[in-house]
Design a protein around this ligand. Structure first.
Ligand code: SAM
Length: 376
């Protein structure tokens, strides 16, 4: 990559580290776990490690619902303004600057920790007004020893981690073996650090987001060049982001509802997808599996391997299907039956990345597919 492009790429990913999740999205998702098990969070210590209560609705939601969720402790940490990759003019909030512990020398360079675990104002309930805070010794990086120690003490980790550190953030959670609920781009499904966790049923998609886009708050300095942005009456800026999903290892009900599917014969006759009715189910040229371009066209009676879209994971029920692997560049899952060379075909490189189908006599590559098989 030329230096200019690299700088542009870095600036783009840096600004994407500052997307703020909406209250309604958090509440809808958390409520889905409570519907499945009202005690999902009861007696637990929740850590929100990439937060900033001045912006973040995560702290607000968990503090306001502390008693309803039955939490033991809520800890939220924020990252120092000076350490952020996307720079915006910094001004401490009144909440901070009017507090007795306010320190001009620390405000921009130290992280902060907010703790909620008892009724500080003796009004008979534990809520947002009982949050206590102090500066961290360091900048609040989730990788720092002090935030690592907070992670080790926590039961559940919840956040929208910085986009550029998503892989590292998940590894950080798994290193400690914690429960978690994080929001991120569904592209992460295919990451080589993430997919094995999905395959092993150690990570799955959350309940409430399956399609479309979601609105996120962004700093006022965020360039609003793309379609789908909004500025509210208070001057807060928002953008819409496509392909967002919750990633979790908390149980929820949807995950155990099997897909209602037709047999192969019925699909070939009645599928709403013309492509299935006309082209039938095609076998890949480089995998011992058939290609299923739509999740609702998975035949209920097919016993072999099937390549399905990534969005199948929104409907995945581990009692119904087993995940065998993913169409991958390196044949990590040992499911490929052939590798192409430039001698076979001019688009060998492209075909080796994905499933290849023979369409009108020409080999074409599909989108990324997850390879699954029905459970007996
Ligand atoms: C995507 S934003 C989400 C903020 C908040 N969780 C929310 O959804 O409203 C990620 C936050 O993590 C902060 N951050 C970036 N790098 C970090 C790091 N290494 N450690 C901790 N926080 C970091 C960013 O500055 C940003 O405030």
């Amino acid at each position: 990559m030329a230096q200019g492009n690299r700088q542009l790429g870095a600036a783009k990913s840096a600004k994407n580290d500052e997307f703020y999740t909406q209250y309604g999205d958090i509440s809808k998702e958390v409520n889905a776990y409570l519907e499945f098990d009202p005690d999902t969070f009861r007696g637990k210590s929740v850590l929100l490690p990439c937060d900033d209560p001045e912006w973040s609705k995560f702290t607000r939601f968990f503090a306001e619902n502390f008693e309803r969720l039955g939490l033991k402790r809520l800890v939220s940490t924020s990252y120092a303004a000076e350490s952020k990759r996307f720079k915006t003019p910094y001004q401490p909030t009144l909440f901070e600057s009017e507090a007795p512990q306010f320190d001009r020398t620390k405000t921009a360079v130290k992280g902060k920790i907010f703790v909620l675990d008892h009724d500080t104002n003796a009004n008979g309930r534990i809520d947002l007004d009982d949050l206590e805070w102090r500066y961290l010794a360091d900048d609040g990086d989730f990788r720092s020893p002090e935030v690592r120690a907070l992670r080790d003490e926590a039961d559940v980790i919840v956040t929208n981690p910085p986009f550029s550190l998503f892989r590292e953030f998940l590894a950080w959670i798994f290193e400690a073996g914690k429960e978690f609920l994080v929001i991120g781009s569904m592209n992460a499904i295919t990451y080589k650090e993430v997919f094995p966790l999905i395959k092993a049923n150690k990570l799955w998609m959350g309940e409430s987001i399956h399609s479309g886009d979601r609105e996120f708050g962004v700093p006022k300095e965020y360039p609003l060049e793309a379609a789908g942005w909004r500025i509210d009456e208070k001057g807060n800026h928002f953008i819409r982001v496509k392909g967002v999903r919750w990633f979790t290892n908390l149980e929820h009900g949807r995950r155990h509802q099997p897909l209602d599917l037709m047999t192969m014969a019925d699909n070939l006759k009645y599928s709403k997808h013309k492509e299935i009715r006309e082209r039938l189910y095609q076998k890949y040229d480089n995998y011992d599996a058939i290609d299923i371009p739509y999740t609702d066209a998975i035949p209920s009676d097919y016993e072999g391997a099937m390549g399905v879209p990534i969005s199948f994971l929104d409907k995945y029920c581990p009692e119904q299907f087993e995940i065998l692997g993913i169409t991958d560049r390196g044949n990590e899952y040992g499911l490929k039956t052939r590798e192409y060379t430039e001698v076979d075909t001019p688009n060998a490189n492209d075909l080796n990345r994905r499933g290849a189908l023979l369409v009108d006599g020409v080999l074409q590559s599909t989108y990324a597919r997850i390879l699954i098989r029905a459970k007996k």
